[in-house]
Design a protein around this ligand. Structure first.
Ligand code: ADP
Ligand code: MG
Length: 323
């Protein structure tokens, strides 16, 4: 098996699992509402490290990643289930309590209710599973697979901050000891991301987006997922990509900053497409949202082109991969 994406595609085809493939599964709830649901696994030393993140940050992030998947469907998160496996040495500390505090704080902020979970012992490392379910008006979930050639591509917020925060952690900078505000900002982007819950619901209410995905793996990879699902290509403009403002302090060259913004993961911003006929209406109605127009969908199926200094380059998906 080459990658996790190949694995997912294989089981999807082999067992005809047609609901697999988007940020959440969309299930009929009642005549007016669809239920959306997503699960995320976080493994110690793969997805987080105890010497890098305090337990409450780990709890926050476990909630944020699944809530972000619910947001990516244009849905409102409503319920959560949190499961954790911990080794005995961690069980004896206050880790689990602090971890739950972090999870609960973020879910409470968005009125998400924790309705269950499971807890068990592991031989060595911590394993976390966070499930978040939400609601959306029936038929209104914004899918990855419905972008059309010619649609305009937008992202919320700014990009590359979370990956730059990871570089700081790798270089030994810790949140509690970070002296500079720009360091703290980048570390917070990495350790304590904010899912774009309200932006997503605005997009649904205004019928604004034709397709959407959240930016968890990185722009180059997540745009590739959107292109594959929608059977289109894309062209994006390097000078339109909103690079996180604190990258000025960390990146040495424009190329390096652009690399963080294109290939760095975990910003948990939203990437969405808009019908070009609705551009002015959309930009006007949602002018209070922080978003940037970065490119267009093209007929060049699954090819992403980057326009940089009047050159047209093929952008390979270089974001995060588990395998
Ligand atoms: P995201 O980054 O949005 O959380 P993933 O890349 O984890 O999405 O998953 C993509 C899709 O594949 C989702 O629909 C998810 O439910 C599905 N998926 C991932 N892993 C598995 C698995 N082990 N079994 C079944 N479906 C899976
Ligand atoms: Mg996602």
């Amino acid at each position: 098996m080459k990658s996790e994406f190949e694995f997912i595609e294989t089981i999807r085809r082999r067992y005809s699992l047609l609901k697999i493939g988007d940020d959440c599964a969309v299930l009929p709830k009642d005549s007016k509402t669809d239920l959306v649901i997503s699960t995320d696994l976080l493994i110690e030393d793969i997805d987080f490290r105890l010497d890098w993140a305090k337990p409450n940050f780990i709890g926050h992030k476990a909630a944020a990643v699944s809530m972000s998947d619910v947001a990516a469907m244009g849905a409102k998160p409503v319920w959560a289930m949190l499961s954790i496996g911990v080794p005995h040495k961690i069980w004896k500390t206050d880790f689990v309590e602090k971890f739950y505090d972090g999870y609960f704080r973020l879910t409470k902020k968005f009125f998400v209710e924790i309705v269950g979970g499971d807890i068990s012992k592991t031989p060595d490392k911590i394993v976390i599973d966070s499930i978040v379910a939400g609601e959306v008006i029936r038929g209104k979930a914004i899918l990855r697979s419905t972008a059309r050639c010619g649609d305009l591509i937008y992202v919320t917020g700014s990009l590359g901050g979370a990956a730059a925060g990871l570089t700081l952690l790798e270089n030994g900078v810790r949140y509690d000891a970070a002296e500079k505000i720009w360091q703290r900002n980048l570390l917070l982007k990495q350790l304590s991301p904010l899912p774009q819950i309200y932006a997503a619901q605005y997009l649904t209410e205004k019928n604004a987006a034709t397709a959407m995905i959240d930016l968890s793996d990185g722009l180059s990879s997540d745009l590739a997922h959107l292109c594959r699902a929608s059977k289109v290509g894309a062209e994006i403009f390097a000078d339109k990509i909103p690079i996180h403002k604190n990258l000025r302090a960390i990146g040495k060259s424009l190329d390096e900053k652009l690399d963080y913004a294109l290939n760095g993961g975990e910003d948990f911003e939203l990437l969405f497409t808009v019908n070009p006929k609705k551009k002015f209406q959309f930009e006007n109605e949602l002018k209070n949202l922080n978003f940037s127009h970065i490119g267009e969908m093209t007929a060049n199926v699954e090819i992403i082109e980057l326009i940089l200094d009047e050159k047209r380059l093929i952008l390979e998906p270089k974001g995060f991969r588990h395998f």
